[in-house]
Design a protein around this ligand. Sequence first.
Ligand SMILES: C[S@@+](CC[C@H](N)C(=O)[O-])C[C@H]1O[C@@H](n2cnc3c(N)ncnc32)[C@H](O)[C@@H]1O
Length: 265
Amino acid sequence: MSQDGFRAGEIDTSRPHPARIYDYLLGGKDHYEVDQQAGDRLAAVAPEVFIGVRANRDFLRRAVQHIVGGGVRQILDIGTGLPTSPNVHEIAHAVAPDVRVAYVDNDPIVKAHADALLGRTGETSVVLADLRDPRAIVDHPDVRRVIDFDEPVAVLLVAIFHFLTDAEQPAQVVATLRDALPAGSFLVLSHATGDFADRTEAQAVYRDATATMNLRSRAEVERLFAGFELVEPGVVQVPYWRPDTEPPTGSDTIGFYGGVARKTD
Ligand SMILES: C[S@@+](CC[C@H](N)C(=O)[O-])C[C@H]1O[C@@H](n2cnc3c(N)ncnc32)[C@H](O)[C@@H]1O
């Protein structure tokens, strides 16, 4: 048993995990055969998924550069995923070396890999916790060790909310996080959608996985930003959020919305 209370045996290699499917789609090495099979099934029914995950990652990079460039020095990255170069702290530190990052994920394998990469440093922490219990995240001692909730925080919820069902009350989850943040904080959120193609078959791939895929429309994704002020250009397909290079061919088909918003009071 680790200090966070999970057992190695909880790493389930018989069912696909979102973090490991995503790792496979990004070309990583930290996945099992079940995850690769799920990724291949996904690509067969939603061929844009490979450029989609890259575009999502690029959106994350641009959003972090934008917010850290604007002076924010703390990042709470919930649903961090398996380490992928460049990681959030690397993106942030390239802009400002004093940024502190708390990584949160509910998958023990993500924590194990992130711990191995980061060790225990003063500027980062890796926490095993679940977005469905946002209060536990905000109150977690290893989050509090690096994040001071009296100073602006960038909360990253990138490609995670679609793993929450409506019954898990996504709006309430964001509200709890928002209420813990001071003015000047940011929310970065991306979310899978079926607005650009029928993605029923892609959703079905996640039926056997450890989390379901809950696609949402643009209006539904915009509502998740309630209580924040969206920065330009608002909620758009991820390649079109402040691109710094030409968006890849096929960007119009990418089923990921993204947006960045600021808490003003
Ligand atoms: C698709 S990956 C996204 C990784 C990264 N945020 C990115 O966009 O590149 C989704 C991550 O969210 C995590 N996740 C899914 N549901 C979660 C939950 N309820 N609480 C915490 N983490 C969760 C998964 O384990 C996975 O690592």
